[in-house]
Ligand binder design. Structure first.
Ligand code: GTP
Ligand code: MG
Length: 280
């Protein structure tokens, strides 16, 4: 990514001029890292000696991140249940398929639930992924109750001894329904059968600061345990990942780097920050 790299290369050679600082501020803001955080980083640039600047900025960013575990821990026994939420078009269904592929590759028995009953195409989309990856998908009736699909899937997952259940949800509903109420209901109903271990919020890495606002409203409804930041391939706006994690103190666990089933990576904050600061 190297988004800030050219600046750090410059700052390590010469003291930053006011023009350099203005330009760097603009790049930070455009990266969606957030206005407040931008000013904190600018302060370091103004204050710290060139030789230690990179180290100080790295420390600052890493120190602001969530201290919670980033790995998706699978339960030693019983089904590990993952609920995937987020606004429409962010990459939920694709990320569900990518996770299924990842866990299947580790030899796990994975079940998917198509609890986005709002669009017929959504069920088809997940079923197609399921066929491609070789993972069964529980589907319901078109426009049926998403909670009932999730309940059926949870029942099947426990009785047939699956290792992992991943539930895909809608990003949008008919206006008469409330998405947050729907998600709380899905959660409540599934938990009659088995606890939900992870609630992953899918954030489109190319959205602006609005992503933080979205994440907050989901956080209130279903208590998120992690973030999946998608579309980080070829994007220079990945700063939203750091801004959201910092604001919510919910760790980024996975990142999406393409449309293919293999395009999912475990998020490594040190490597990510080092990447931001190295020269492109
Ligand atoms: N480049 C890129 N595209 C992605 C990534 N993840 C998802 N997409 C694309 O984004 C579009 C939307 O993805 P979906 O998985 O259908 O998104 P969704 O959140 O399930 O959408 P709704 O079900 O409508 O709410 C698709 O065209 C995906 O191929 C990614 O990491 N990189
Ligand atoms: Mg979807």
């Amino acid at each position: 990514m190297g988004l800030f790299g050219s600046f750090f290369a410059k700052f390590s050679r010469n003291k930053a001029t006011p023009e350099d600082i203005d330009e760097f501020r603009r790049v930070l803001i455009e990266s969606d890292i957030g206005a407040e955080f931008t000013e904190e980083i600018i302060k370091l640039v103004e204050k710290e000696r060139a030789e230690v600047l990179e180290e100080k900025v790295t420390e600052k960013i890493l120190g602001s991140l969530s201290q919670s575990a980033r790995s998706i821990e699978l339960k030693p026994a019983g089904v590990t249940t993952i609920l995937v939420v987020g606004v429409n078009g962010t990459g939920k269904t694709t990320s569900v398929a990518k996770m299924a592929k990842l866990f299947k590759g580790e030899g796990k028995k994975v079940l998917l639930a198509a609890a986005d009953t709002f669009r017929a195409a959504a069920v088809e989309q997940l079923s197609t992924w399921g066929e491609r990856i070789g993972t069964p998908v529980v589907v319901g009736k078109p426009n049926g109750d998403p909670a009932s699909v999730a309940f059926d899937a949870a029942t099947k997952a426990t009785s047939e001894h699956f290792d992992i259940l991943i539930i895909d949800t809608a990003g949008r509903l008919h206006t008469k329904n409330n998405l947050m109420e729907e998600l709380t209901k899905v959660r409540r109903v599934v938990e009659k059968v088995t606890p939900i271990d992870e609630v992953l919020f899918v954030l489109d890495g190319t959205t602006g600061q609005n992503g933080v606002t979205q994440a907050k409203s989901f956080m209130e409804a279903v208590t998120l345990t992690g973030l999946i930041v998608t579309k980080l391939d070829g994007s220079t706006k990945g700063g939203i990942a750091l801004a959201t994690e910092r604001t919510l103190q919910v760790p980024v666990k996975l990142i999406g780097t393409g449309e293919g089933e293999g395009d999912l990576e475990i998020f490594e904050p040190s490597a990510y920050v080092a990447d931001l600061l190295t020269q492109p």
